[in-house]
Design a binder for this molecule. Structure first.
Ligand code: ADP
Length: 269
């Protein structure tokens, strides 16, 4: 609690009394602490790729690298780290837009099957590179009311994680079903499951936090930003939905997103 007192005076200058203001600043302090932690994390995350770009470029400029193959591999690193910086900045901006509520959702009926056809198209190449089989079981004529670009982002993030954290030759599957007792409670449940490395039990409660990773090195080498799941969580909640995870180390993970079939009213944003 913060306690402030100011003296009050009458128009003629005589003392009238004190005005006391008692304010609960716990929430403000908590948000301030979160913000400064976020800034510290962001700076750290940006420094790593920048250091790599600088270091490898300097080595090349110094002319110490003679064989073409090493030169190429250094250039590849510079390129990849540049890409990662780009993604990182994109994710940070996206997250801050969502959090400051400056990004109103554009609601329209979205056909889930078509949404996933588009996503599969974009994911095919990275799955093929690892010989990962993509499977889907999605009803043809199912619509949800939502922001198509945001929905796409939710499922792209989940699909690209599933591919990144699954060994070569594995399988990634999307199941969509309607759940709910009555028509008013109807929801669409989308499950993105993989046969990948899984997530240790102790990490499960934290993986939706910004920059939280089970294995930093692995996330980096797969080009991850550590922000994907936190964006997924924010966006599903903006759609009045929820997301949760079930996972077993060495067996695989399932991310389960539930969204209302139809929004009855425009949500507050
Ligand atoms: P990243 O960019 O590191 O993938 P995310 O926010 O998308 O960041 O995910 C956070 C962490 O959760 C990842 O670093 C990884 O450790 C873990 N994770 C996410 N999806 C999966 C998955 N399908 N299988 C195993 N681990 C996962």
């Amino acid at each position: 609690l913060q306690f402030d007192g100011v003296p009050m005076f009458e128009d003629d200058g005589s003392y009238r009394g004190m005005l006391f203001l008692l304010q609960d600043v716990t929430e403000i302090r908590r948000l301030e602490a979160m913000r400064s932690e976020f800034v510290a994390n962001v700076s750290h995350e940006l420094k790593t790729p920048i250091a790599a770009v600088k270091g490898f470029a300097e080595t090349l400029l110094a002319g110490g690298v003679k064989d073409k193959e090493t030169e190429r591999s250094f250039l590849q690193i510079i390129h990849d780290e540049g890409e990662r910086l780009n993604r990182l900045i994109g994710d940070i901006l996206e997250l801050s837009k969502i959090e400051s509520k400056r990004a109103p959702l554009e609601y329209a009926p979205v056909n889930i099957k078509e949404l996933f056809d588009g996503i599969y198209e974009m994911m095919r190449a990275s799955a093929a590179k690892k010989s990962i089989v993509l499977v889907q079981d999605i009803p043809e004529h199912l619509y949800i009311e939502g922001d198509e670009d945001r929905l796409k982002q939710i499922f792209m993030n989940l699909m690209s994680n599933a591919i990144s954290y699954t060994q070569d030759g594995g399988r990634v599957k999307v199941d969509v079903e309607v759940i709910g007792e009555s028509e008013e409670e109807e929801k669409v449940r989308v499950t993105v499951s993989d046969t990948g490395i899984g997530i240790p039990k102790k990490d499960l409660p934290r993986i939706f936090e910004r920059f939280y990773r089970v294995d930093k090195a692995r996330s980096r080498s797969s080009g991850g930003t550590g922000l994907g799941l936190s964006i997924v969580k924010h966006l599903t909640e903006l759609h009045q939905g929820s997301v949760r995870v079930e996972s077993k180390v060495g067996e695989g993970s399932s991310f389960i997103v539930e969204l209302p079939v139809m929004q009855s009213a425009e949500p507050e944003i």
